[in-house]
Design a binder for this molecule. Structure first.
Ligand SMILES: [Zn+2]
Length: 357
């Protein structure tokens, strides 16, 4: 992507966010979905990316799932008039589970029913309104005339821009989302300071983490993922690809570690020796892990976890990141991660792109 193309994309993106024509928060969910799906899928050879509306619906359900639980006794309103239909639907399905999305995903019938209904709302509401600014259509992400078989096509270059600027775009989207929720009249009585709201809307549901940690502890025979030594105390659940880089809880991204190792690693990407171990843990034992994840209702998708990891290391290599080896020791993020994360053929992955060429 050339610098002037990157600037044009960012300008147009800002314009979409600034334009306030939406009564619901769908605009933010849709933009976040397009950004995340660009990370989680490779592009076609021409740099475009076809997306079925049900893939977008899955992301909507993911975002609204935690948001549809009560915030101080009340589910937050996500529409200026009444509640947003997607939130009402997700809330309804959420009450049929113990609050874990993995439970719903394990029940084929309920999961596809919810996906279908949310997809219907996306087609009716935000999909064709998103790029309308005033009475003008600025179709720089996807075009109505390419829409076919409930599938849109992100235009060539768009998935790459979403990948390169993912952290920046995510914070822009979240900022806009929070502001809109604050502006909705029905929420004013329950809302406190903004930071609290951000953790509620976009943080992990902490209540399940202990169970996930114990699952990983059993799987790793009580040993720390990073240093291999026994963990004496309760230990920590660590996001292998740090949450700050890609905030999504998928089972295979969790590892069990010493509190000390976890604190030392912080938000750094792990070094090549750890990537190799992570690959082995997931590729050799991924199936057994998946069964365990299903049992505790933890959402998982190995393919997506791998694609997210590849994207994160590609970003790291492009920005000359330091990879964490152990406390106080780092190594440069060079080409080595590519061998460990097994680049498949066929897809043009983020790793093959250079931000400025
Ligand atoms: Zn350790």
């Amino acid at each position: 992507m050339k610098p002037d193309e990157a600037i044009r994309f960012l300008r147009q993106f800002q314009e979409l966010l600034a334009e306030g024509g939406f009564v619901a928060t769908y605009k933010f969910a849709l933009l976040q979905a397009l950004a995340d799906l660009s990370v989680e899928h490779g592009s076609a050879s021409d740099g475009s990316l076809p997306l079925h509306v049900e893939q977008i619906a899955e992301k909507f359900i993911e975002y609204y799932w935690n948001q549809a639980r009560p915030f101080q006794n009340q589910v937050l309103r996500q529409n200026t008039k009444g509640q947003a239909e997607v939130v009402r639907l997700v809330e309804e399905f959420r009450t049929q589970t113990d609050g874990r999305l993995g439970r719903l995903q394990a029940s084929q019938k309920a999961w596809s029913s919810l996906k279908r209904r949310v997809a219907g709302i996306i087609i009716k509401m935000p999909l064709w309104k998103l790029q309308t600014i005033g009475n003008h259509q600025n179709e720089f992400l996807y075009r109505k005339r390419d829409y076919n078989n409930r599938t849109i096509r992100l235009l060539p270059g768009v998935p790459e821009a979403f990948r390169i600027f993912h952290p920046l775009l995510t914070s822009m989207i979240r900022g806009g989302w929070i502001t809109q929720i604050h502006r909705i009249k029905g929420n004013r009585d329950v809302l406190g300071p903004g930071a609290e709201l951000e953790a509620f809307l976009f943080g992990t549901d902490r209540s399940s983490l202990t169970q996930y940690r114990d699952l990983l502890r059993r799987h790793q025979a009580g040993e720390c993922f990073y240093c291999g030594k026994k963990v004496g105390d309760e230990g920590d659940l660590d996001h292998f690809i740090p949450w700050s880089r890609y905030p999504l809880d998928l089972g295979h991204n969790f590892v069990f570690a010493h509190k000390g190792c976890n604190n030392a690693k912080r938000d750094y990407l792990a070094a090549s020796v750890h990537i190799e171990r992570w690959r082995i843990q997931n590729l050799d034992h991924g199936h057994r892990l998946a069964t365990d994840f299903n049992q505790v209702g933890l959402a998982h998708d190995l393919e997506r976890s791998l694609l997210i990891a590849r994207w994160a290391y590609q970003q790291g290599q492009a920005s000359q990141a330091q990879l964490w080896v152990q406390k106080g020791q780092f190594e440069p993020c060079d080409y080595r991660w590519q061998a460990a994360l097994g680049m498949p053929g066929g897809l043009r992955l983020a790793a093959e792109e250079q931000p400025y060429e």
